[in-house]
Design a protein around this ligand. Structure first.
Ligand code: UT7
Length: 325
């Protein structure tokens, strides 16, 4: 019998501190950095984002999201036999945020590791979990995207600091006789590493280089629109489906204009696209599972629906997962 991997529970966590665009305008004005609600909304669709308080880490947000996802799957934490966390803002250089999350969940022994593919991280992590579950290496996997991007933002750079937020989303992926994840498609092209990066590193007890986010927004925008269409079509083709079969498109939440462009290319109306960028900003690897959980919990996504998840980000990385929910 064919063995599939299926999402059986979702969860999410946003830190309580919500900053509207007006709050950002005020915060940046104290640094003599000028921005406006009009610019941010018109160029990105973002109206607000959430930031963690001091002392809160990716593993803390991951823990809340994971507990919700595990409960939604009708499981207890000790049933989980694989943990993969997608993050570019880990609690520490090592150990992995996944190992820290495992301990916070009160479990031990199962494999736990991080995946680093920036805003495509959740797509990469789900792809790895799918492969491990289908090949019997795991039965009940916890897949998480968790980020505290507020820690790596340059609040003197208005072209980036208004775009990002913090949060976490999680899913439980279980072995199943029925599909499940139908197709996955992931890619990277390291020649574009410079257009979205945090170039600093730790050496000799010091941070060397700049540890804050740098982005050439226009270069990322142009690449993103093309590869998101390519990967969507690739996953659909692998599963023998077309865009008309998609009930919900759940794209990485970076910019409403990118989502509109992708929907247009796939000939999907915007009411089939789950949009949370307005309230979450860009939460990198957390954005797709956060959006997925929002649409599951408000009842838009129903069992049997066909979902296309897709992401793009630093690396340059991109990819998609097509699944039956
Ligand atoms: O998560 C990974 C994927 N990331 C993305 O997909 C991000 C992709 N890129 C984008 O979403 C867009 O390129 C941005 C939202 C980052 C920027 O939008 P844009 O339409 O490409 O604007 P721009 O960079 O061309 O800037 C236009 C103007 C500039 O002024 P001048 O040179 O025309 O006078 C900027 O200085 O807007 C100015 N500007 C701002 N003004 C007010 C840039 N940032 C701001 C700001 N507030 N925060």
């Amino acid at each position: 019998m064919t063995r599939f991997a299926r999402i059986t529970g979702t969860g999410s966590c946003l830190p309580p501190r919500r900053l509207s665009n007006a709050d950002m305008v005020e915060m940046l004005a104290r640094r003599d950095v000028e921005t406006s609600d009009e610019w941010i909304v018109a160029r990105t669709g973002i109206q607000a984002r959430h930031f963690v308080d001091d002392g809160v880490f990716s593993s803390d947000l991951a823990l809340q999201a994971s507990r919700q996802a595990i409960a939604a799957a009708g499981l207890e934490p000790d049933a989980i036999d694989l943990i993969i966390v997608a993050t570019s803002t880990p609690d520490m250089v090592f150990p992995s945020t996944a190992a820290l999350l495992q301990h916070k969940l009160g479990i031990a022994g199962c494999p736990a590791f991080d995946v680093q593919a920036v805003c495509s991280g959740f797509i990469y992590a789900l792809t790895v979990a799918d492969a491990m579950v289908r090949t019997d290496a795991a039965h009940k996997a916890l897949v998480v995207g968790a980020e505290v991007f507020s820690r790596i933002l340059d609040f003197n750079d208005r072209t980036t600091c208004v775009l990002f937020g913090d949060g976490a989303g999680a899913v439980v992926v279980e072995a199943s006789d029925t599909p499940g994840i139908l197709a996955t498609d992931i890619h990277a092209d390291g020649k574009h590493s410079g257009i979205l990066c945090v170039p600093g590193h730790v050496a000799g007890g010091q941070i060397l280089g700049d540890p804050l986010l740098k982005m050439d927004g226009q270069a990322v925008f142009k690449l993103a629109v093309g590869v998101l269409e390519d990967t969507a079509l690739a996953s659909l083709s692998k599963a023998g489906k077309t865009a008309a079969d998609i009930d919900w498109l759940i794209p990485h939440q970076a910019n409403i204009r990118i989502m509109q462009g992708t929907a247009r290319k796939l000939k999907l109306p915007m009411d089939k696209v789950v949009v949370t960028v307005n309230e979450h900003g860009n939460t990198s690897a957390a954005s797709i599972p956060l959006a997925l959980d929002a649409a599951v919990r408000d009842g838009r996504i129903k069992p049997g629906h066909t979902l296309l998840l897709e992401g793009v980000g630093g690396g340059f990385t991109w990819g998609s997962v097509l699944l039956t929910y």
